[in-house]
Design a binder for this molecule. Sequence first.
Ligand SMILES: Nc1ncnc2c1ncn2[C@@H]1O[C@H](COP(=O)(O)OP(=O)(O)O)[C@@H](O)[C@H]1O
Ligand SMILES: [Mg+2]
Length: 324
Amino acid sequence: MIPLLELKNVSKNYASLKSFRHYTDSSQDVLKNINFSIHSGESIGLIGESGCGKTTLAKIAAGLEKPTAGQVLYSGTDIQKFNFTTMQRVRKDVQIIFQSSKSIFNPYHTIGKSLRHALENFEDLSEHEMKNKIAAMLERVGLDASFADRYPEKLSGGQRQRANIARALIVSPKLIICDEPVASLDFSIRKKTLDMLNELIREMSLTCLFISHDISTVRYTCKKIAVMYRGVIVELFSLEEGNSLKPEHPYSRMLLNSVPICHPRQRTERRPIPPSCFGKEEFKGNGCVFYDLCDCKQPRCADTTPELNELGKAHYLACHRYSL
Ligand SMILES: Nc1ncnc2c1ncn2[C@@H]1O[C@H](COP(=O)(O)OP(=O)(O)O)[C@@H](O)[C@H]1O
Ligand SMILES: [Mg+2]
């Protein structure tokens, strides 16, 4: 079956600006040779530490940024080859819910006006139909129709994030990319928002790419999880029966081992803080991106990049320990 969205050998490099006209050579590879696909109806979680390239991947997948190398295929066709009309269809079908709902809305427009703008881009509706659709969508995300007349600053963080979800879903997309949708909310409303999002995904038969730096949030929404480190997808695995996680990559294991245990009696030892590439020099070599911090490295890990190979059913791993 052709995936709904596929990233083939995608790399992204932001050349840094030296002066007004010139770019320096000290450009940074944010994504390195990403191969990733998502089929209709699937929900895949993408986890990784802050700065590893998750938002960049989301923007490239939605066609908001161009990859430096590689292709983004939508229903099997390279989006670079789409003309304006076809690209409009992709823009409608693929919606992003960004982390910060504050910067999404124009502060001078009411929520209703912002939702109307989103709709006007893709649908030709009468005034009456438009109003009804906005009211129904606001109610669907747990706000009432009167929120259409409010300005973004008059909403709490949780309400604004719900309005943000309404803005993405009102155009009836096929794929939603949720980029840390609950990271800016406090714990008391995170679960409620995630429950609502899960329900909407099921009800509207949406395909979902759920991005987070928090493995427990991703696990709540997705059955498949991709782990990213320094711009590379190092592992892709499915949740086992009973939602247990069985990752094999040393980095995925370290991430999992760092999740705090809720029940005090089950806490036997101090949970380690996951390793971070923060402050390290950019990785430019050919070896494994996790070489520095890996506790089971082999000599070839220093100079040969491990490929993302199939380890078992729906389990892909980029680690020399498991390659032939
Ligand atoms: N427009 C940009 N120009 C230059 N560098 C950028 C740009 N966007 C992101 N980056 C850099 O790319 C890296 C990954 O950023 P991002 O994709 O936002 O990470 P994440 O979402 O995982 O926190 C960071 O080092 C960031 O500074
Ligand atoms: Mg981000």
